[in-house]
Design a protein around this ligand. Structure first.
Ligand SMILES: [Fe+2]
Length: 158
């Protein structure tokens, strides 16, 4: 279980270093997921994303609770882009909490319908691959926007 408590005593510069390190670690996990997808190990790919979801959500909650807080306190007039980037957490959380479950259900249902035409199974596989790849691409872009826009502004506002 991920500990959702936020440490408000951690200095902002130190926290930003840690968040960057977490981005790097997430990237390593994305690479593993992509490898599974390329090998058609769809269930393994889903499991990897499933297992990292709490860590991603905690990471996002921390960014909002601490970085946005200091930005809104001390750099509100420059906050527009950072606010937009933080709003992207909505689709991240939506994917991890709902969409991923739907995908898992679809895949499991497929197993109960063995007689289902192979064509349909392949279609579902390709659809799921596309959805996971898209999630990874979007999250990569999101992390890089944070590192270019949100983190520097939070450092400045600290
Ligand atoms: Fe984020």
């Amino acid at each position: 279980m991920v500990d959702y408590r936020i440490n408000f005593n951690e200095p902002i510069p130190q926290m930003i270093q840690r968040l960057k390190k977490e981005h790097t670690n997430f990237e390593i996990i994305f690479k593993r997921t992509e490898k599974c997808i390329n090998e058609n190990a769809i269930k393994d790919a889903i499991k990897i994303i499933h297992d990292m979801s709490e860590s991603i959500i905690k990471h996002a909650v921390e960014e909002e609770a601490r970085l946005m807080r200091v930005i809104m306190q001390n750099a509100k007039e420059e906050s527009a882009d950072s606010i937009k980037i933080m709003q992207e957490h909505n689709w991240v959380v939506d994917f991890l909490k709902h969409k991923l479950q739907n995908i898992e259900d679809e895949i499991n249902q497929q197993q109960y319908h063995r007689q289902q035409q192979q064509q349909l199974q392949l279609q579902l596989q390709e659809k799921v691959k596309g959805e996971i790849n898209e999630f990874i691409t979007n999250l990569r872009n999101h992390f890089s926007e944070e590192e270019q826009i949100v983190f520097p502004l939070a450092l400045k506002a600290d």
